[in-house]
Design a binder for this molecule. Sequence first.
Ligand SMILES: Nc1nc2c(ncn2[C@@H]2O[C@H](COP(=O)(O)OP(=O)(O)OP(=O)(O)O)[C@@H](O)[C@H]2O)c(=O)[nH]1
Ligand SMILES: [Mg+2]
Length: 369
Amino acid sequence: MKIKKLIVDSLQEAVEEVRALYGSEAIILSTRVVKRNIVPFLPFPKSSKLEITVGIPDREDFTTEFKKEETLYQEISNLKENLKEVMEIVKRQRVEKEEVSKEDLESEFSIRALYLMNKLINKGVAKEIAQKIVESSCGYDFELKRLDLKGENIEALIEGFSKGIRIVENFPEEGFVIVALLGPTGVGKTTTIAKLAYMLKRQGKRVGLITIDSYRVGAVEQLRTYANIMELPFRVADTPLKLRECVGELSFLDLVLVDTGGRNQYDEIRVKELSHFFTKLPTLRTYIALGANTEERVQYEVIKSFGSVADPSGLVFTKLDETNYFGTAINVAYRTQLPILCFTTGQRVPEDIVMANYEYLAKIFLEVV
Ligand SMILES: Nc1nc2c(ncn2[C@@H]2O[C@H](COP(=O)(O)OP(=O)(O)OP(=O)(O)O)[C@@H](O)[C@H]2O)c(=O)[nH]1
Ligand SMILES: [Mg+2]
């Protein structure tokens, strides 16, 4: 900084002169009153003047100041970012505390593992099942002194699901099989049969369709329409005997899909009628169709009721698109240990169907489908 001295009449004049001479960055460091000769070389008379000391900052001073300011802004912005991250962690922990409880947080699982558990719980998986699924993909981390995920979230869920949930692996099996869908009214049986038929036909399988639903008006026409569009053999069987005859006629195919009329699971008599249809069919596989949007307690009742018709080979979960809590499907599959055949995800035939697989399950819970 350079120092200059000026003699002026007043402070007002000082300010103006300093600005004019040295610019707005110059600063007045001090002022003092001094006596000056009015006529040069004569000691008298004298007048009072103001001597001011001006500081003029060097160019480098500005640059340094500017840099200091810039660094300060940078630091503030870094702090803001850090604060945001801390808030995120606190928020996450708060959610975890609410759903996993304080004891859990203090116990054996890492934050990452708890986070994944919450992903399941938030979508309706029961807490103890979510814990078992995540636990089976964890290992003990000696640094954290907690159970931690062995891989990334997606790998962990795939592994966890593959240990707790069964899926139908070999569909369709080799040789002639009869595949029937049973379940409550309107759950999506006929639509699912059409979707499966299309998928199997595309795989090169020879598929036939049979309906035993002569009860509901329009039911026969509904399946016949799909059969016509896909150019598949189609039969209507209104009695158990007729069903066996139709199966016999179509036994040259790889498989037949049998559509049944929806029945109220609490109507024992109507459910029992189905049993008569499905006796004496040696290669019969029955799958129970459950609406993923149906209350979990009711899903067990449906399985109990239709499971009495024939030993179920597995489950079909329909209408996954109509609920955010499809975790109940995981609970049902985990607790019954019945394998899942497929999920349906909308009304479109043939598109809206996904054959059960662990990667799909992991993705829908992580919302990356
Ligand atoms: N959103 C949604 N709707 C579906 C799905 N599957 C079927 N549906 C619809 O549900 C309704 C009933 O479907 P169906 O296939 O006739 O049901 P069903 O079980 O055969 O019915 P019943 O034979 O009367 O017992 C139709 O409007 C379908 O389009 C699905 O995955 N998601
Ligand atoms: Mg139907």
